[in-house]
Design a protein around this ligand. Structure first.
Ligand SMILES: [Zn+2]
Length: 224
């Protein structure tokens, strides 16, 4: 980014990050889903989406709501980088628990300069994942490719490793931690009830049953 580019407003950053997060979760970025993600009224989303499209950050995508342009993606990835490095720093260096870092990072991500973020990243030896397992984009906007399936999509009989969990709900994070459902942990799927019902699994040697909605917050990869 050229040195004389003025900083974007906090709300522009929040919109682009929210749209990026919806896309990352394979959810359509519709007016209503953006409103829900930002906890605002859908009516106020439409005007902002129009402005962001006029500024070249978004384009309308048939049936999928809006889509980030290359420039929109670039900006979103920088905010995501700031957020995830802040979370990692708070957790590793300042003793925050993983269910506490998100809210703090939400506030700090708009204030921290790229210089501060780079120094935090260097002090942590340039971590590749945040405390929830999400990939941290590089300074130049490169992010680990390939999204992992959700635990809810895995068929019984399979053994998988937890890669990442959604970070935006402290209560659910505490619950997952209490059940041992954290990045790096290997789980086997024993049974799945139909129609998005509960899922029975083994977490190590411990049997667990979790709801479909929780399983939709956990990304997994095959165990090599
Ligand atoms: Zn977060």
């Amino acid at each position: 980014m050229p040195a004389d580019t003025p900083p974007l407003s906090r709300s522009v950053e929040d919109y682009l990050k929210a749209i990026y997060a919806l896309t990352e979760r394979d959810e359509p970025a519709s007016t209503s889903s953006i409103a829900e993600a930002l906890d605002i009224q859908p009516a106020s989303v439409s005007g902002m989406v129009k402005r962001l499209a006029e500024s070249g950050y978004l384009e309308h995508s048939p049936y999928r709501g809006v889509k980030l342009t290359d420039e929109g993606t670039r900006v979103a990835l920088q905010v995501v980088r700031r957020h995830r490095i802040l979370e990692t720093y708070l957790s590793r260096r300042l003793g925050y628990s993983w269910d506490d870092v998100h809210e703090e990072a939400e506030r700090l991500e708009h204030a921290a300069s790229d210089e501060l973020i780079d120094r935090m990243s260097a002090a942590l030896e340039n971590p590749r994942h945040d405390p929830h397992g999400a990939p941290i984009p590089s300074r130049s906007g490169v992010v680990e490719e390939g999204t992992h399936p959700f635990l809810s999509e895995i068929e019984p009989g399979a053994t998988v490793r937890i890669q990442a969990v959604r970070d935006d709900d402290s209560e659910r994070l505490r619950y997952m931690e209490s059940r041992g459902l954290m990045p790096g942990v290997v789980v086997s799927i024993e049974a799945k009830a139909p129609f998005d019902g509960p899922i029975r699994l083994m977490v190590g040697t411990k049997p667990e049953t979790i709801g479909f909605e929780l399983a939709r917050r956990i990304r997994v990869a095959p165990v090599e």
